[in-house]
Design a protein around this ligand. Structure first.
Ligand code: MN
Length: 333
């Protein structure tokens, strides 16, 4: 039997590599509130850029690297925008596709910067110069692994750790609907590079700080279920973090406890963000499109995981969202 030929990478991947080869002072950044995919992809891309001969590579994020990812090699070199000075001739955005998603890092992008995007989110209006953007990838980390392959740059142990963190966090340890055969094939290459899956999973997925545990207690205590049991929601108040001794990043993933409840099709987590703004996260079963709900409120994301920031205090945000669910989606929150 003829062995299966390798599918060629899209032209866009080659264009990204060309843009990197042409860069001299490169800035790599990602979205605010970075997750495992953002941190892992940025760090791996920095190694790729250096391997391609880029003289100066700077990694920058508005918000600090969450504690669970601090052990990744070179995560300490991701700098806050305030410490940096441009100009950068090339700016690479990973796991996001617009400058606005990078928060304060956007101030380092000038008219002259060549804007390069590597991302797996749905795009409304492309505004970059070079982009490898494909929502069929479960994680940006998968796309970065493809870039290494296309460039012929070997995956070091450190890079493989970064990419495994990126992919395993965005796929919920290869359990979410976005997980594909390609996800596993890429993961196999990372395992071949010598990573220790048990060690990474224990540090990144399983381990829970005491603060996060206490925050989970508060959240579960406050969880509410719709009459028919299909919608679960809860709110985290500003004061909860200090009560629990938790960090802002500890909120990450807590919504899954609502989503995993039997019968729940839509989980909603409200998070008070000051007196006039509320962050809302959505997790849904395939029957409900989370990203459609989020987009209605100016946010975005994926079909089963999305979010938005609502310009209202918590109570008002709740009633506006529930009104929309009742009127437009005929749901009874
Ligand atoms: Mn991602």
């Amino acid at each position: 039997m003829k062995s299966k030929t390798k599918t060629a990478l899209p032209r866009e991947a080659g264009a990204v590599l060309d843009a990197l080869r042409g860069a001299s002072r490169l800035l790599i950044t990602s979205h605010v509130n970075p997750d495992g995919d953002a941190v892992g992809s940025v760090l791996a891309l920095a190694t790729l850029a250096r391997s391609l001969g880029v003289q100066s590579v700077t990694c920058c994020m508005q918000d600090p690297v969450p504690r669970v990812y601090e052990w990744l090699a070179e995560s300490g070199y991701i700098e806050p925008p305030g410490r940096l000075h441009g100009p950068f001739d090339t700016v690479l955005i990973a796991d996001a596709n617009s400058i606005s998603r990078t928060g304060l890092a956007a101030s380092l992008v000038t008219q002259e910067s060549c804007l390069v995007v590597v991302d797996h989110h749905i795009v409304e209006q492309p505004d970059w110069h070079v982009g490898f953007v494909d929502p069929s990838y479960a994680a940006t980390g998968e796309m970065v692994a493809e870039l290494f392959e296309a460039a012929g740059v070997p995956l070091t142990h450190e890079v493989a750790e970064c990419l495994y963190v990126a992919i395993s966090t965005d796929t919920g340890s290869f359990r979410y609907a976005n997980t594909t055969a390609r996800s596993h094939r890429i993961a196999a290459r990372l395992v071949d590079a010598g990573i220790n899956i048990r060690d990474i999973t224990s540090k990144v997925i399983d381990l829970m700080s005491l603060g996060k545990f206490q925050l989970l207690r508060i959240l579960l205590d406050r969880a509410e279920l719709s009459k028919d049991g299909s919608i679960a929601h809860a709110a985290i108040l500003d004061k909860d973090l200090s009560t629990a001794g938790a960090l802002s990043e500890d909120v990450d993933g807590l919504i899954n406890y609502l989503r995993n409840l039997e019968g729940v099709q839509l989980a909603i987590l409200f998070r008070e963000a000051g007196a006039t703004s509320t962050k809302v996260s959505f997790r849904s079963q395939p029957e409900i499109n989370s990203s459609e709900i989020a987009r209605h409120f100016g946010g975005g994301g994926h079909a089963m995981a999305a979010g938005a920031t609502l310009p209202w205090p918590l109570d008002e945000a709740k009633s506006m969202l529930f009104h929309y669910l009742r009127q437009t989606l005929r749901m009874q929150p």
